[in-house]
Design a protein around this ligand. Structure first.
Ligand code: CO
Length: 285
């Protein structure tokens, strides 16, 4: 533990949600953890979908061609493979431990399809809002294979896949963000071990338990499998596990701007949403 470690400043879980079952794309079944009636958003995070199924009928339809405008989509896989293609000529396959960070900006039309006909597909899609000044910026992609995504191994056996941001031990993710600068960590913690990470006190932050169970904060609040915990105020995140656990830690500065949603478009006003649908209908993406 570093000298800057201050348990009294550790964030406590202030609310939890398991998300709600949802269907999107061409019949893909998932759990909508953020963007649901239970948790509409956690500024700047607009949506978090968790996929986990070994039943092909739950995912085989994928997400055929569809548009986005006004935010970023982050696809991170734990198992299985997804192929994406877009109208700017980009194409690639996302693999477990790899990440695709797409800045939709003023508009992109893409498809996201399973690159498998059976077996387990497991992962996440996170939507990160863009500030008003960047919503109509040029679209962009950042894609990193598992080998290009830094994996930090700590003395206590903890393994941290760093998708974005910097850990307390100095490992920095491969993704470089221009507008919003989230921290996005995938932490695997062996039985009996603990994890600590400084976070900016003004960030919004959450944990999502992929497997096992955590105890968090100075109060040892438990957080169970497939559950999201919103973290309250503080300068650090502390987590422990008795039997081993894997979880996401995600945080970022809130934008504190008005949010207008229209399906695959997220803007600041209703007029901008109507404009987005018009632009898409007239092939201006
Ligand atoms: Co999409």
């Amino acid at each position: 533990m570093s000298n800057s470690h201050r348990p009294k400043d550790s964030r406590e879980i202030v609310a939890t949600t398991p998300g709600v079952p949802a269907t999107d794309g061409d019949g893909v079944r998932m759990t909508r953890v953020i963007g649901s009636p239970e948790l509409n958003m956690l500024d700047p995070f607009l949506l978090l979908d968790a996929f986990e199924s070994d039943q092909p009928q739950d995912y085989i339809g994928g997400f055929p061609s569809h548009p986005h405008r006004g935010f970023e989509t982050v696809t991170y896989l734990l198992a299985g493979r997804m192929r994406h293609k877009d109208n700017a000529g980009n194409e690639g396959v996302i693999e477990p431990g790899g990440v695709q960070w797409m800045t939709a900006g003023r508009g992109i039309v893409h498809s996201e399809m399973p690159e498998q006909e059976n077996g387990l597909l497991m992962g996440f899609q996170l939507w990160v809002n863009l500030p008003a000044r960047a919503k109509m910026s040029a679209p962009g992609y950042q894609e990193f294979s598992p080998a290009e995504t830094p994996l930090e191994v700590r003395d206590n056996g903890a393994e941290i896949r760093v998708i974005a941001g910097t850990t307390d031990e100095g490992t920095t993710g491969a993704v470089k963000n221009e507008f919003v600068h989230p921290t996005y960590l995938d932490v695997s913690l062996p039985a009996g071990q603990s994890f600590s990470q400084q976070v900016d006190p003004s960030d919004n932050a959450f944990l999502f338990v992929i497997d096992g169970e955590l105890e968090t904060g100075a109060r040892n609040t438990p957080l169970g499998r497939r559950t999201l915990g919103i973290l309250g105020e503080g300068g650090s995140v502390e987590a422990r596990t008795a039997a081993g656990a894997r979880f996401l830690l995600v945080s970022a500065q809130p934008l504190n701007e008005p949010v207008a949603r229209g399906g695959p478009f997220v803007m600041n006003t209703k007029e901008e949403i109507i404009k987005a649908f018009e632009d898409y209908r007239h092939n201006r993406f």
